[in-house]
Design a protein around this ligand. Structure first.
Ligand code: FE
Length: 257
C-alpha cells in the first residue's frame, strides 16, 4: 500500500535547490485503467515534468505540481513516448504552462491528434538521444530506449540525483491494494513486472541496447511510469533480469498459441 502521507507526492531526492519528486497516487483509481506515475524535477526554481499523463489525470497532477512549483516556472515537459497515458494531456499542459515539449521526433506528426498544439513548442529528440539543461545548468540526458516498448522511446537521466526515469521499462502492474512506491526486493515484484515486459517489450536485442547505455550511468533509482520506483539492490536485480529476458518477437510464436 502507498502510505497515506505519500498520496500527494514524495521528494525522492533533494540536494540544495535540486529536487526529484514523485507526484503521488490517484486515490480514485478506476479499475481497468492502468495506474501511472508522474514526476517533476526542480532545479533553482525551474521545473521539468516527466510523462505528466493523460486528460483524466490532468486536474489531480496540476494540483500536486502546484504544491512544489508554480506552473509558469515549468520550462520543459518530457514524453517518453506517444501513448495516451503519457501524452494525451498535451494540449492542456501547453495551455497552462509556457513549457516546451520534448518527445521522439518520430511522434511529432502524431501528437496533434490529441488536440491542436503549437508545433513550435514541440521539439523532436534525435534517435541517438540529446541532453537538456534545466534552468540552463542541470543536465538531463535523454537515453534511447527504442522499441521498449514504443518505436521512438526515451528514458531521462537526471545527472544530479542520478535517478533514471525509465518510462515503461520496469513497469509493474500491481493489483488493487498491492501498490507500493518502492521496489527494493525484485523477486517479490516479479509477478507484476514479468507479464508486461514479455508482451510489450519488442525483443531482448532492444533491451540490451538500453542496458548498455544505462549500466554506466549507475543510477541510484529507476523511476518507472507504472508501478514502483526501484532502489537499492532492486535496481541491479531488475537490470540483471531484463538483460536475460526473452520477450516480444523473441517469443512471438507463444502469442499466437
Ligand atoms: Fe506505453
Amino acid at each position: 500500500m502507498i502510505a497515506a502521507e505519500d498520496i500527494n507526492g514524495k521528494i525522492l531526492f533533494q540536494d540544495g535547490d535540486h529536487q526529484f519528486i514523485w507526484l503521488g497516487a490517484d486515490p480514485e483509481a478506476v479499475s481497468g485503467v492502468v495506474q501511472t506515475n508522474q514526476y517533476l524535477i526542480i532545479e533553482k526554481g525551474r521545473g521539468m515534468l516527466l510523462d505528466p499523463g493523460g486528460v483524466h489525470l490532468f486536474a489531480r497532477v496540476v494540483a500536486v505540481v502546484s504544491r512544489y512549483i508554480s506552473l509558469d516556472k515549468i520550462e520543459a515537459i518530457f514524453f517518453s513516448h506517444q501513448d495516451p497515458d503519457v501524452s494525451s494531456g498535451i494540449a492542456l499542459w501547453l495551455g497552462v504552462t509556457s513549457a516546451k515539449i520534448y518527445v521522439s521526433s518520430l511522434w511529432l506528426r502524431f501528437l496533434p491528434h490529441f488536440g491542436i498544439v503549437d508545433q513550435s513548442r514541440v521539439i523532436g529528440i534525435e534517435e541517438h538521444g540529446n541532453t537538456y539543461k534545466l534552468a540552463g545548468s542541470s543536465t538531463i540526458q535523454f537515453i534511447p530506449a527504442h522499441f521498449l516498448h514504443s518505436t521512438g522511446n526515451y528514458s531521462a537521466f537526471d545527472e544530479k540525483s542520478r535517478i533514471l526515469f525509465s518510462g515503461d521499462v520496469g513497469a509493474a502492474v500491481f493489483p488493487p491494494g498491492k501498490e507500493q512506491l518502492f521496489i527494493e526486493d525484485f523477486d517479490q515484484a516479479l509477478p507484476y513486472v514479468e507479464p508486461f515486459h514479455k508482451r510489450y517489450m519488442a525483443s531482448n536485442r532492444a533491451a540490451l541496447q538500453w542496458i548498455k547505455r544505462v549500466r554506466p550511468l549507475n543510477p541510484i533509482m529507476l523511476a518507472a511510469q507504472h508501478g514502483g520506483v526501484y532502489k537499492g539492490k532492486g535496481v541491479t536485480e531488475f537490470l540483471d533480469w531484463f538483460e536475460r529476458l526473452s520477450c516480444g518477437i523473441d517469443i512471438i510464436e507463444t502469442i499466437y498459441k
